[in-house]
Design a protein around this ligand. Structure first.
Ligand code: ADP
Ligand code: MG
Length: 251
């Protein structure tokens, strides 16, 4: 569903992604771990076309969406095609970024309305169904400021799902939360995974990666150092860099 081929990304002189090759298949829950600054967020942002890659290829659902070689765009995808492809990816960030002036329900319906031209009862019904699935139906008319961080993040997940994405990207979705609110968000993500959603999750929650991840990727200094099943990575890491990182985490 997602394929990255030799993806490089630099910010000026700083090379942040140094040749990433990655393929994510339908129904996989790929958990990405690694030290701060290793390029995890940048990789997600490149997948989502929030960043333009410096070179390489990216496919989404078998469509080539980026192809850049020697600084030249080989594809020149029209913006309307690019934005359509972008809607097949839902993204949830560390900070929930809800619209503060809209109610919870309006936060869910604004993008389907504006981007897809949806309207009416069907759209509202879908949004209400999603709010129920994240346990927040009773908050539908509240404003985000009245919600806890955990509740806001669950709304953000429901909002991303309202666009019917075929893949969900999560960038440290629980890092900004008080510890007691982490569980409720992970629970929603776990349910989503069990329902078969294809997910790429950057996380420091090793318990979640171990339990829910179908594959774990360890990134360091802009490269995928090692990947495997949770058991392979957590119990039998092969590379020294992976061992070092896990030792620090589990100390
Ligand atoms: P991670 O998510 O693994 O912590 P990031 O992808 O956020 O890492 O960042 C990787 C490196 O890229 C860091 O050194 C960061 O400072 C740099 N970086 C990220 N975004 C930008 C940007 N927009 N401009 C310049 N440097 C950036
Ligand atoms: Mg990050």
């Amino acid at each position: 569903m997602i394929k990255l081929e030799n993806v490089h990304k630099s910010f000026g002189e700083l090379e942040v992604l140094k040749g990433i090759d990655l393929e994510v298949s339908e129904g996989e829950v790929v958990c990405v771990i690694g030290p701060s600054g290793s390029g995890k967020s940048t990789m997600l942002r490149c997948m989502n076309q929030l960043e333009t890659i410096t070179s390489g290829k990216i496919y989404i659902n078998s469509n080539l969406v980026s192809h850049i070689e020697d600084g030249a765009d080989q594809l020149n995808l029209p913006e309307k095609d690019a934005s359509k492809l972008r809607t097949t990816l839902g993204m949830v960030f560390q900070r929930f970024n809800l619209f503060p002036h809209l109610t919870v329900l309006e936060n869910l319906t604004i993008a389907p309305k504006m981007v897809k031209g949806e309207k009416g009862a069907g759209m509202n019904e879908k949004a209400i169904g999603l709010l129920k699935s994240v346990g927040l139906f009773e908050k539908k008319d509240e404003y985000p400021s009245k919600l806890s961080g955990g509740q806001q993040q669950r709304v953000a997940i429901a909002r991303a799902l309202a666009m019917n994405p075929s893949i969900m990207l999560f960038d440290e979705p629980t890092s900004a939360l008080d510890p007691e609110l982490v569980g409720e968000v992970l629970e929603v993500m776990k349910k989503l995974a069990e329902d078969g959603m294809t997910m790429v999750v950057v996380t420091h929650e090793m318990g979640f990666a171990r339990e829910v991840g179908t594959r774990v990727i360890f990134m360091d200094e802009g490269q995928i150092v090692e990947q495997g099943t949770p058991e392979e990575i957590f119990e039998h890491p092969k590379m020294d860099r992976t061992k070092l990182f896990l030792n620090k985490i589990f100390k």
